[in-house]
Design a protein around this ligand. Sequence first.
Ligand SMILES: Cc1cc2nc3c(=O)[nH]c(=O)nc-3n(C[C@H](O)[C@H](O)[C@H](O)COP(=O)(O)OP(=O)(O)OC[C@H]3O[C@@H](n4cnc5c(N)ncnc54)[C@H](O)[C@@H]3O)c2cc1C
Length: 290
Amino acid sequence: MKPALFEYSAPQTVAEAIALLAADPGAMVLAGGQSLVPAMNLRLASPSRLVDIQHIPGLSGISVAGGEIIVRALTTHRELELSGEAHRANPVIREAMAHVAHIPIRNRGTVVGSLCHADAAAEMPMVLVLTGGSVVAEGPQGTRTIGAEDFFQFHMTTSRESHELVVEARFPVLPAGAGAAFDEFTRRHGDYAIAAVGAIVRLGRDGAADKVAVATCGVGSRPMRLPAVEARLIGTRLAAEDLAAAGEIAKDAVTAPDDINATTSYRQRVVATLVRRVVEKAAHRAGQGR
Ligand SMILES: Cc1cc2nc3c(=O)[nH]c(=O)nc-3n(C[C@H](O)[C@H](O)[C@H](O)COP(=O)(O)OP(=O)(O)OC[C@H]3O[C@@H](n4cnc5c(N)ncnc54)[C@H](O)[C@@H]3O)c2cc1C
């Protein structure tokens, strides 16, 4: 299919892009086009105007400062995946990124585009939630920072206003002494997750976990932390019975209905298994000083 008719603009500055978005509530930002263009071709999206941000200087690049990995809006998945500086600051990003689509798509698609697209089964939104990250949005009224938990509201729905441009994402660096891990289950490599789990674990001097963050995606209407799972694990030595109990608790987070990929009960079993494996791997890495 072909897309519906639309106007096209290629602004040269962030201010120009914001003015174009503010002037037309039906306008949409075009970044790498890896999600928006297929959606337009399928007529799932019919923007009145595309505001193509690819030609705006200064919107690319990755830096690590103030305890955060700052990913500018035009940075592709692949650039972040291959960044040694980002990997040293938080290795869970590269581990998760290997599951995002395929390399040709990661070469064109942007990290911020993935966050703004907000597919409930997408990996990078979940990593932003797991790490406690945020996005920076610029609009006619100025700039605001939106925490991940407030940004992702529902499948393909964020708290971004239609006249706002997200200029960067900020992923916190891994806390000192912590280990992190990510894993997911899909029917084919490169597909969106049937279920994915990420974890960050830090062990105290006595070997008990004094910090645990666990997040999941693919099993509900948005990526989410699992506070009941974290509470069950904090203060324990993450023995087999602790991990098994945490996995059972994680089943409660699954709200996705049966679909062509999996039933709800299948997703529950997958997420329980992933919680056990991923938390164990993160703890092992914490013990190794990674
Ligand atoms: C075959 C295939 C398989 C895929 N598999 C996966 C997968 O397994 N996991 C996964 O996570 N993704 C997957 N994707 C999606 C891919 O990751 C996209 O690159 C990404 O979702 C969107 O990035 P983009 O730069 O292409 O954004 P675009 O397609 O240009 O835009 C996506 C949305 O975000 C908005 N947007 C983009 N940038 C901004 C901004 N700076 N400010 C405000 N709004 C903005 C757009 O208006 C649009 O609504 C797949 C895509 C394809 C085609």
